[in-house]
Design a protein around this ligand. Structure first.
Ligand SMILES: Nc1ncnc2c1ncn2[C@@H]1O[C@H](COP(=O)(O)OP(=O)(O)OP(=O)(O)O)[C@@H](O)[C@H]1O
Length: 281
């Protein structure tokens, strides 16, 4: 059986009248990279903050297996500390500190150890914060969009190195991201939030196998049964993204065609269920 990194049951978080999370029950597998996606305000940061223990839930339960470290866009660095001092501080705070792991991360990205953190670029500060987070040897590393200020090449490198860290250790990474185009490289597991609820949750390969795009003559409903995730019409043609057991292997009658979907298609279909043709996403 797959080990579980984070389990929630009927989790809810209320800010005054607004439920930022509601009836939220998921079981996220350990030793995977979990991509957490959702529109602005969907509840991603709220979920991570509760998982990290810095925000109390209003109702329900959450269980995180092992030590958890949360890294958000606000880097927990002291501007006057040199990078080496920042690592020493991390070592001081963590009994299980892995100094070599932190140093290796910094050397991979050529971060000067003697430079004060405040004099580093935003991207370099991200790397220091990552090194401190990894040095703490988390079982679950929660990354709440900390990569946003990295250039595309650095992002790709960081994600590649993180995947290697996950492969070499038993760490689980939960990465929230708005960069849908990069998802295919990131996740083993996808969790898509919509208005505080879990809308889609599963192994990426399995989810892709369960969805298909159907293209055919203009119609109000698709030619086969399944959950309609996205509908798109032109004057003469209709396109549906649907969820069925057989996905793109589902037989469809001519002139309809069934096509597989990419992970990017899939996420956009859930984020934007009714899409007009030519509309910017
Ligand atoms: N401290 C707070 N007080 C009141 N409402 C809050 C607070 N923090 C978040 N919210 C609200 O809770 C909802 C979920 O917010 P959250 O930050 O978890 O979303 P998110 O998915 O991380 O969004 P984004 O992608 O924009 O970072 C939003 O409607 C937000 O306005």
């Amino acid at each position: 059986m797959t080990e579980v990194a984070i389990e929630t049951r009927d989790l809810g978080k209320q800010y005054r009248k607004l439920w930022a999370l509601k009836d939220f029950s998921v079981s996220l597998p350990a030793n995977k990279v979990i991509a957490l996606v959702g529109a602005n305000g969907a509840g991603k940061s709220t979920l991570m903050s509760i998982a990290a223990g810095i925000l109390p839930a209003s109702e329900g339960e959450i269980h995180v297996n092992g030590r958890v470290v949360l890294l958000s866009q606000e880097k927990p660095l002291y501007r006057s500390f040199r990078v080496a001092e920042m690592l020493a501080f991390g070592r001081h705070l963590n009994r299980t500190w892995d100094h070599q792991r932190a140093l290796t991360w910094l050397s991979r990205f050529d971060i000067p150890l003697d430079r004060p953190c405040g004099k580093l670029s935003g991207g370099q500060q991200t790397q220091v914060a990552m090194a401190v987070a990894l040095g703490a040897r988390p079982s679950v590393l929660l990354l709440d969009e900390p990569l946003a200020n990295l250039d595309p090449v650095a992002r790709r490198d960081v994600i590649g190195e993180l995947l290697a860290e996950v492969a070499e250790s038993d760490m689980t990474v939960v990465l929230s991201t708005h960069v849908v185009a990069e998802l295919a490289e990131v996740g083993d597991h996808l969790l898509l939030l919509s208005q505080g609820r879990s809308r889609l949750d599963g192994d990426v390969e399995e989810l892709l196998a369960q969805h298909t795009r159907l293209i055919g003559p203009r119609a109000d409903t698709p030619p086969i049964e399944g959950e309609v995730v996205q509908t798109q019409h032109t004057e003469r043609q209709s396109t549906f993204v649907i969820r069925t057991l057989l996905g793109a292997d589902t037989p469809v009658a001519e002139p309809w065609q069934a096509q597989p979907v990419t992970l990017e298609d899939l996420v956009l279909a859930y984020l934007k269920p009714n899409r007009s043709l030519g509309e910017e996403l």
